[in-house]
Design a protein. Structure first.
Length: 292
């Protein structure tokens, strides 16, 4: 896999936006909200969930039933049987409204085709709130926040991608260690060239970008394994990923991944070989760019 650049890099940065990462953390497998969403998917009723302060988005309401009751996955499933949207408080502690018809500004551009998804996208752009759209026929869950869209994937797929990404990241970092040690030896011998320096920088950039690609899968994978324990390897790998690593040279950059939802926390730190447990739930090894 060739590291992204240009439009692909911009898309990657969008997917790693802290707001989107926090939204993914709210709907991670094992959370009460995800339990309710899974029940709606199984019943094939579809649904539209708006997570925001009710007073701040009330100008969008048309009709509806004010509930103001404590949230439980079972109640979310029951009120989703009605056609309208469901409004939850930001902490997902209360079901504020049910069967609400949302009326966003129709002049807001939307690239969606379905009525439910088009409404969700427009509401997210107009209010900056988190909107979850659950497709009735396709059983697809889409998150919208400030116009950004993310489609939730099944737990086995998330775990597989997380483990594959960790394995690829380890290969990149191992190659970075080799190039950095070689550069150090060349400097001692006085035969270092610009090409040698650029080779190390190229590999360091590949490590940084691959780490950013893996980060959001790590968040979902750790949440899934913490609540459901499908794979010990992913837990150990995720726990080790943020630790500092020591390498052969003082210049060896690697990625310190913080799982607090801040995409800017991926930055260069000293690295060492090893330390990533690939686990037993990943798929085959992914492809990698040609070595410099």
């Amino acid at each position: 896999m060739v590291p992204p650049d240009g439009d692909e890099l911009h898309e990657l940065e969008t997917r790693l936006d802290p707001r989107l990462l926090r939204a993914l953390d709210m709907v991670a497998p094992g959370t009460p909200l995800r339990e309710g969403i899974d029940s709606i998917i199984q019943s094939r009723t579809g649904g539209l969930i708006l997570i925001a302060e009710a007073d701040e988005v009330s100008f969008l309401f048309s009709g509806g039933i004010k509930l103001d009751i404590d949230y439980t996955p079972g109640l979310l499933y029951q009120v989703a049987k009605m056609d309208g949207a469901i409004v939850l408080d930001p902490g997902v502690k209360k079901i504020c409204w049910a069967n609400v018809q949302l009326m966003p500004d129709p002049t807001i551009l939307s690239m969606e085709t379905g009525t439910r998804h088009r409404t969700a996208e427009r509401v997210s752009k107009q209010t900056n709130a988190l909107v979850i759209s659950i497709s009735e026929r396709r059983e697809v869950v889409s998150l919208y926040i400030e116009g950004m869209k993310c489609i939730l994937q099944e737990i086995p797929m998330v775990l597989s991608k997380a483990n594959q990404g960790l394995a690829t990241l380890e290969k990149y970092r191992s190659r970075l260690d080799q190039l950095s040690a070689r550069l150090t030896n060349l400097e001692f011998m006085g035969s270092c060239t610009l090409h040698d320096v650029l080779s190390v920088l190229q590999r360091a950039e590949s490590v940084t970008r691959m780490a950013a690609e893996v980060e959001r899968y790590i968040i979902s994978a750790i949440s899934a394994t913490t609540n459901q324990r499908p794979c010990r390897g992913a837990v150990r790998a995720g726990a080790r990923l943020g630790a500092r690593h020591r390498g052969a040279g003082s210049r060896q950059p690697a990625c310190d991944l913080s799982l607090n939802g801040d995409a800017a926390s991926s930055r260069a730190r000293p690295a060492r070989r090893g330390g990533v447990d690939r686990g037993g739930c990943g798929g085959g090894a992914p492809t990698r760019p040609a070595d410099a």
